[in-house]
Write a protein that binds this ligand. Structure first.
Ligand code: GLN
Ligand code: ZN
Length: 778
């Protein structure tokens, strides 16, 4: 090995580090620059200028916090999995326009953004959820002919930038097993091809990269193998073994740290150590003492580096530092060379809680965003290196905060507890079974066969956005703002009546975000103002934070639904976001299991449903697009999860009268493991994303014995292309081969929020036209 570190061998001094830091800039400078660039208003030079500023900020924060080693390679203009494809020379050929010069930065940017976003006739790479987070990565496409070629340009630039600031840098990259597991076979790959077939093809490129980094004098490289944080089957274990025996055997290389985040590495940790890696980065967020001891007890850990992720990298709560030090001491006693880090990249949390001056100071004092987490790991490393006395003040402050939080009335509401404790199984069941309800509702609603509806939102026009911004800035009073939204509701109702839609929606103009809207109106949440985190590419979201027990002070949506209903005799659907989705897209509390919050939200929504019914609403939709996302990475936790997920949904909806039709909606395909739960929700109708998967979802539902209403999306609203009527008719025929006509609904894939008014007018006419044609055939 060319760069053996000497301090490591002679008594290790614990240091602090991180595997990644937010990428968009403290004021989302990168987001704005990217969007300006894509709109043609900022050239490549201008964009790269902003990139350099954001890098500056990042290194200032990371270095300024006192990290012993800062990450590089975690920063990304779009997505780190896409960057890995660039690094390995594995972008699809279609991303490279003829004549493009990939040796210039302009050419590289164009190629990167074509792969990420598509352009002209070129389809973008597919995007999917990153493990169980709300971040989305791009999916590389591979085939047996894929030939990787190392392209370390971007990584070496980041490395040089860190070093020019006097920082010790550790490249953090997606490891080979995870890269292949997250890729998919290209459309033209032969049947039977698996992306992991390419392991032996990509390993030499990783080996070459290690050689390059050794030449640069890099001491440590971190390869993240989050794919190993699942149930380890023999295939996966074998891939890990082969990969790391190969890479450990490379003669000229930095030391090799292999990481796994978002859950425990479990058995994979031993496989990696046995394969000869020099260190492990482990996620110990929320770990029990037994979890910590399992890591400390790994064979062959003594003398190896252990990056202990004892600070939750994707939650927003301050760590109890004394308890974290207890864990660190157990780990250090194993003889491992322990360093301290957040449990995963800080990509999933906002920058700095100190900016949240609108938050109650007490609540703010309990919260830690990226910068606060860096301070925590630095303190912990010092405590481990110098003893508890050296950090006595910090430990005392941390213990005081933990005590104030535990004792605060903000976290516990006796009335809420009493209500949730009193929930019985009867509260989770509708009065009569689904088949009987179908008849009752048919009579109540008088809908035609193959009824048409939409998923809820209508285009968020610039007028809506302008009115909302003006209202927020204090330039438009509440009455004027609400009048503007009512005007929008009128337009939306009129458009649906004109098209002949059967079950109407109000269009959700008053909601900028389907989760934050409810969090703003529920007790128990706070909604940080600057709390942006990256969702994908330049898109950022501001997740609310669950602080304590949740309750509903007053109705949240009734006013809008009733207003819409007052304009039409057709039924208007009340639109709610379900408990699981509200939680999935919020930062959960860490002092109670998520299921507790879910049931509390369930009760709040149940009251909302009752109020909607009292106001005359006969159809209510409770959206659960987040259901798949929270599914635990390991099978062991799944049953428990699905139990509270289903129970909280049923608690929300089961109080509805038998004549009230309950809908739910899910998207982001890949329902897989949650399919079995869909029937258990006992909603009367489910609308699902399906336009891109040719109705296969109906087979999966049938296989689970699902026998209620279903609206497989027949219009892919993620694309600006509006389908033709014949195409929708084909979809419906396809659906009718799998489903009796009295259970089929006709609707788009998802909300129409991102579409233009013209596309929506056209699309609705197509939906209704197609439904009528197929109805007439019946
Ligand atoms: N009702 C929401 C909408 O139409 C559902 C959004 C979603 O499923 N992501 O916008
Ligand atoms: Zn959807």
């Amino acid at each position: 090995m060319s760069t053996a570190s000497t301090t490591q061998e002679q008594g290790h001094r614990p240091g602090a580090t991180a595997a990644g830091y937010p990428r968009q800039g403290r004021d989302r400078e990168l987001k704005r620059a990217l969007e300006a660039h894509w709109a043609g208003n900022l050239d490549a030079v201008g964009l790269l200028d902003v990139v350099a500023q954001v890098q500056d900020q990042r290194f200032a924060a990371l270095g300024g916090a006192g990290l012993a080693e800062v990450p590089v390679g975690d920063f990304s203009l779009y997505d780190h999995v896409l960057d890995a494809a660039v690094l390995l020379g594995l972008l699809p050929a279609r991303a490279t326009r003829e004549g493009l010069d990939a040796s210039t930065s302009e050419g590289r940017l164009e190629r990167l953004f074509t792969a990420a976003r598509g352009g002209g006739d070129t389809a973008a790479l597919e995007m999917t959820k990153w493990f169980d987070t709300n971040y989305h990565h791009l999916v590389p496409e591979l085939g047996p002919g894929s030939r990787p070629v190392l392209d370390p340009t971007d990584l070496l630039e980041q490395l040089a930038a860190a070093r020019s600031r006097g920082l010790v840098a550790r490249p953090v990259l997606v490891g080979p097993v995870t890269f292949l597991r997250l890729s998919k076979p290209a459309d033209d790959a032969p049947e039977g091809f698996a992306t992991t077939d390419l392991l032996d093809t990509v390993l030499p490129v990783y080996a070459e990269l290690l050689g390059r980094l050794a030449d640069e004098g890099v001491a440590w490289v971190q390869l993240d193998e989050t794919a190993l944080v699942t149930d380890l089957d023999d295939d996966l274990a074998d891939l890990a073994r082969r990969a790391y025996e190969h890479l450990s055997g490379v003669t000229s290389r930095p030391r090799l740290l292999v990481g796994g985040s978002y859950d425990r590495l479990g058995d994979a940790a031993q496989v990696l150590l046995d394969a000869g890696v020099d260190g492990l980065a482990v996620d110990l967020a929320g770990a029990s003492r037994a979890d910590v001891e399992a890591v400390a007890g790994l064979r062959g850990l003594a003398g190896k580096r252990l990056l202990a992720g004892v600070v939750d990298g994707r939650g927003v709560w301050r760590r109890d530092l004394g308890a974290a030090l207890d864990d660190l001491e157990v780990l250090a006693a194993s003889g491992a060379q322990v360093d301290v880090a957040p449990s995963c990249s800080l990509l999933h949390v906002p920058h700095d809680v100190e900016r949240e001056t609108d938050l109650d100071p007490e609540v703010r004092s309990w919260l830690a965003f990226a910068d606060q987490k860096l301070a925590e790991v630095v303190t912990l490393a010092r405590g481990l290196a110098e003893g508890r006395d050296a950090v006595a003040d910090e430990l005392r402050a941390s213990a005081d905060l933990a005590a104030s939080r535990a004792a605060s009335p903000r976290t516990r509401d006796a009335a809420v507890r009493e209500r949730t404790d009193a929930v019985t199984s009867g509260d989770l069941a509708r009065d009569v079974p689904a088949a009987e309800r179908r008849a009752l509702q048919a009579e109540e609603l008088g809908l035609p066969l193959l009824p048409t509806t939409t998923i809820g939102s209508f285009p968020q026009t610039s007028e809506i956005r302008r009115a909302r911004a003006a209202h927020r800035a204090g330039n438009l009073d509440l009455a004027a703002y609400e009048a503007a939204m009512e005007e929008e509701v009128r337009v939306v109702v009129a458009a649906q009546e004109k098209a002949g839609v059967d079950v109407l929606v109000h269009g959700e103009p008053e909601r900028d975000d389907m989760v934050r809207y409810f969090a703003d109106r529920l007790e128990g949440f706070v909604t940080p103002k600057h709390g942006w985190v990256q969702s994908y590419g330049s898109r950022c979201v501001r997740p609310p934070v669950v602080v304590g027990d949740i309750s509903r002070p007053e109705p949240m949506t009734v006013r809008w639904t009733s207003f819409a209903q007052s304009l039409t005799s057709a039924p208007v659907k009340g639109m709610l976001t379900g408990p699981v989705t509200i939680l999935a897209w919020s930062f959960p509390r860490d002092d109670e299991p998520r299921g507790v919050s879910a049931m509390q939200i369930g009760l709040a929504l149940r009251d909302e449903v009752a109020d909607l019914e009292a106001a005359g609403t006969r159809v209510v939709q409770v959206d659960e697009p987040g259901l798949r996302e929270l599914l635990p990475l390991r099978a062991a936790g799944r049953e428990e999860y699905l139990r509270w997920a289903v129970d909280s949904f049923r608690l929300s909806t089961a109080g509805a009268a038998s004549t009230t039709q309950v809908h739910t909606h899910m998207c982001y395909a890949e329902f897989g493991a949650v399919m079995s739960a869909i029937d258990a929700l006992d909603a009367d109708v489910i609308s699902l994303e399906a336009a891109r998967s040719r109705m296969e979802v109906l087979d999966e539902l049938a296989a689970e014995g699902y026998d209620k209403g279903v609206g497989p999306g027949v219009w892919d609203i993620h694309s600006p292309r509006v389908p033709g009527e014949d195409e929708v008719v084909d979809h419906l025929h396809e659906a009718l081969r799998r489903l009796p006509a009295d259970r089929l609904w006709v609707n788009p894939d998802c909300g129409l929020k991102t579409r233009s008014v013209d596309e929506v007018t056209q699309g609705l006419a197509v939906l209704v036209g197609a439904a009528r044609r197929v109805r007439d055939e019946a």
